[in-house]
Write a protein that binds this ligand. Structure first.
Ligand code: SF4
Length: 290
């Protein structure tokens, strides 16, 4: 039977792999951008990122000094009796020391830093119960440089598709070099103010090469990605063809009188990882094998 200690060990290893190695889809988008960039300055920037990725793997150290805050998405079997929450919290504490992770989590008003990335509602955990018999834990380690560029707009329905596109493009334009481009955009459309923000972050969990199953939304993903790459911001804001590595949209039905649109900005270090904890304690890392 899986217990809290198993969860703790799984989370330490998950965090180690997540901050050291990018998921395959993100790394391959960066390498593709590097291969296709022709101008010297943006190519140099992309080379620095590729070298950084290689060095992190070789030395087993985090790819960026900002190891972010930890946002978890957990799916639990109905019969799970393990204290998964405690396992995750203690796992984050241990990973902060053992990996190590930079202690980023502070009290929002006093700015007091407990030094272990743990505080009220941090790590932040999103829960779901499912019918499978293993526990699945996904983590996103989100740096501040890109998160700070995220935006919400409560558009009027009459703004329509044009309004959505204008808001998305102006958000990326305003962000400029701040989120360490090339970036990844997660968009949440519909629901309510809070739901669209949640969807925008969840959109970042989908691999960059998988389009939304709704053809209209998939078309918007492709159009916006192409348009954003024409802005000329480029790697680290120094110009070039690649401003954006990917763009995913999730949506929810909304009130007939509203049109919430949220954007979550993710830097090139699109760190997300998943661990499966099987009933016999066996661990599987589908995003970070080996
Ligand atoms: S925005 Fe991303 S790449 Fe830039 S410093 Fe923050 S975590 Fe690192």
């Amino acid at each position: 039977m899986v217990d809290e200690k198993d969860v703790q060990n799984a989370v330490v290893e998950l965090l180690r792999r997540t901050v050291v190695r990018l998921p395959k889809d993100v790394e391959s988008a960066i390498r593709k951008a590097y291969a296709s960039e022709t101008d010297e300055v943006p190519k140099m920037q992309l080379k620095a990122i590729v070298d950084n990725i290689e060095l992190a793997k070789k030395t087993n150290t985090p790819m960026c000094q900002d190891t972010g805050v930890t946002i978890f998405y957990v799916s639990l079997p109905r019969e799970c009796r393990a204290d998964v929450e405690k396992g995750i919290v203690e796992g984050v504490r241990r990973a902060t020391k053992e990996v190590p992770l930079r202690p980023n989590a502070v009290h929002p008003i006093t700015r007091k830093n407990p030094g272990d990335n743990v505080g009220d509602k941090m790590p932040y955990i999103n829960w779901k119960v499912w019918d499978k018999d293993h526990i699945e834990i996904t983590v996103m380690t989100k740096g501040a440089g890109s998160e700070n560029m995220s935006q919400l707009a409560m558009l009027t329905p009459s703004a329509g598709l044009k309004g959505i596109k204008e808001f998305a493009l102006s958000t990326v334009l305003r962000a400029g070099s701040n989120p360490c481009p090339p970036t990844i955009i997660g968009m949440g459309i519909g629901g309510s103010a809070d739901i669209s923000m949640k969807l925008a972050k969840e959109a970042l969990l989908r691999p960059l090469d998988v389009r939304n199953k709704d053809p209209e939304v998939a078309k918007l993903e492709t159009e916006l990605l192409e348009a954003m790459n024409m802005l000329g911001i480029g790697p680290m804001g120094l110009g070039g063809k690649t401003t954006m590595l990917g763009l995913n949209i999730e949506y929810a039905y909304c009130h007939t009188a509203s049109l919430p649109v949220a954007i979550n900005v993710q830097c090139w270090a699109g760190r997300r990882g998943t661990v499966r904890i099987h009933k016999d304690g066996k661990l599987e890392f589908p995003t970070h094998e080996g």
